[in-house]
Design a protein around this ligand. Structure first.
Ligand code: MLT
Length: 244
């Protein structure tokens, strides 16, 4: 497996795509997508544009859909939900399609949407992601952070490091390190692995969410391996739970 890490979608090479792209937006889009599917959502449809989200979401039957929109960390007026995984429940999600647009995460998904496989990873489903990658052993894997409007985000690169470290230490599947960011992300994760919540408190988007009252969101997003759900792209921008 050839492994690369990109801190933001802007840094991915033009004109090339991996076999498998793992999109990371720890705070909070990929955590939220995994949580929605874990609560029984039928699928999660992702959009970089709020206008497309509203237009396509409203074309779906009323009782079968939920619209979630976030900009700058806050809920977008006119949507049912924002981007907090703590707003979700199984009663509300069961068999519904979640239509979601967020500031950076859904844009990152779009940037690698044409890879053969696209996964959504977070700390909450880190183990499920590793299990899939080691079982499938794709020829090339990119771990892509969403960052914030073109800049690097500590929490996304920390998860890239956690995933890279687990892959490099697996002992079975040979891993080829394709760029320096792989080792840089492992170094970042190794420094903070016992104190992820503190890292989130120091990260710029973590601080933004704290200003908006998101302390519990940070705690949830820092929880390792609490769900076994791996979101995988089924058709353009639409994620489903990987069948067991
Ligand atoms: C994003 O896509 O930038 C985020 O997921 C922001 C957030 O809602 O925390």
């Amino acid at each position: 497996m050839k492994l690369s890490v990109y801190h933001t979608p802007e840094l991915i090479p033009a004109e090339s795509l991996p076999h498998t792209a793992v999109v990371i937006d720890v705070l909070r889009a990929t955590t939220t997508i995994a949580t929605a599917l874990n609560f029984g959502a039928e699928a999660v449809a992702t959009y970089s544009s709020i206008e497309n989200l509203i237009q396509e979401g409203r074309s779906w039957p009323d009782n079968k859909r939920l619209l979630a929109g976030e900009r700058g960390g806050s809920k977008v007026p006119g949507c049912d939900l924002g981007n907090s995984p703590l707003e979700f429940s199984s009663e509300q999600m069961k068999d519904k399609r979640l239509f979601i647009s967020t500031t950076n995460g859904t844009r990152a998904i779009e940037s690698v949407g044409r890879a053969t496989n696209v996964l959504a990873a977070a700390f909450v489903n880190h183990k499920a992601t590793i299990k899939y990658l080691l079982e499938k052993n794709p020829e090339s894997v990119w771990l892509v952070g969403s960052g914030w409007e073109g800049t690097y985000s500590l929490e996304d690169t920390a998860l890239a490091g956690a995933l890279a470290k687990s892959l490099l230490e697996n002992g079975k599947v040979p891993i080829s390190i394709e760029n320096d960011e792989v080792l840089a992300s492992v170094a970042l994760y190794s420094q903070w692995k016992d104190n992820l919540l503190e890292l989130f408190h120091q990260a710029s988007h973590g601080k933004r969410l704290l200003r908006l009252g998101g302390e519990q969101d940070l705690k949830y997003c820092a929880s390792l391996d609490i769900i076994d759900t791996l979101p995988i792209q089924k058709e353009s921008g639409v994620f489903v739970k990987l069948a067991p």
